[in-house]
Write a protein that binds this ligand. Sequence first.
Ligand code: 2U9
Length: 345
Amino acid sequence: MQSKIEGYISEINAFTPANAEELEQFRIKFLGRKGIVGEMFEEFKQVTPEEKRVLGKVLNVFKQTAEAKVNEFKEQFENHQQQHSGIDLTLPGEPINIGSRHPLSLVRKEIVEIFSRIGFNVAEGPEIEDDWHNFSALNFPQDHPARDMQDTFFIQKDTGSDKGDIALRTHTSSVQVRMMEAGKPPFRAIMPGRVFRNEAISARAHCIFHQVEGLYIDENVSFADLKQTLYYFVQELLGKGTEVRFRPSFFPFTEPSAEMDVTCLICGGEGCNVCKYTGWVEILGCGMVDPNVLDNCNIDSKKYTGFAFGMGIERITMLKYQVKDLRLFFENDVRFLKQFQSEII
Ligand code: 2U9
């Protein structure tokens, strides 16, 4: 039996398969269910204990030699198959299309970062509001046109509640009201969010748009603080050297009120069709919070003063990226969107 096994070992050592098929035949012959290795192990059971001691070792070498041959060529043939199947594992991977941030998100993120650097928190509130938080607390008279169905999307009229009708918020100012009602000064926060107005959709207006409003309430906050804060904001957002000017305006919730213009981003003040040849473009409204509003929110208007401002993100994005039609922001056409900064969220 020993010489028979040694003969098989020599046969195995001499064997070199030409392909995977030959190797498989070899495996079946020696290591298959009815193969020679199994056969030898069966015969082994019949031999005397003395013979077993010698034969056991030879038999194990036989089995290991057969297995080693199969493994050696199996690997070789697998690699060969891979190389010839056209797959090169050393090539760099296909790039993954990771998309891009929406331009409105990019600008909102930038605005939030600028105000965060000077100590403004971010506050949010509900998009469905009651009359008190959206209008009355903000000093809107009962007959103000903004309360009209033509301007506001009402959800429920005559609620019977002292907070009044329910509507989609027309500005994020309601977040400031809620913030002041719930806490104690000082307050220093910005309120980014989606707002709704009953407007016909055109290149310059939409019934849904995005705002960032801001509020700073403390003792001795002055109009000079307002001007310096907004000046800093503009230098950061639009670049050092951008000039600003304030024009008197009117809002029910601020007194005095102003609108702020910056030197035209397109022509740098020379005059073009974007700035209608004035050299200036309006980017936000602002003012000192009306004492009536502070009192409505249980803030002592004799002790505290504050400023507030508000801007439309669509308007700033249109100026910054020279987007001519506001509807592009809502259509989600990838040919438009992919032109903006691409990054992993
Ligand atoms: C409270 C007190 C005062 C927020 C302000 C503006 C001026 C303003 C417009 C800009 C373009 C709205 O998106 S827009 O149409 N906003 O001009 N907003 S001051 O004043 C507040 C807010 C809350 C309690």
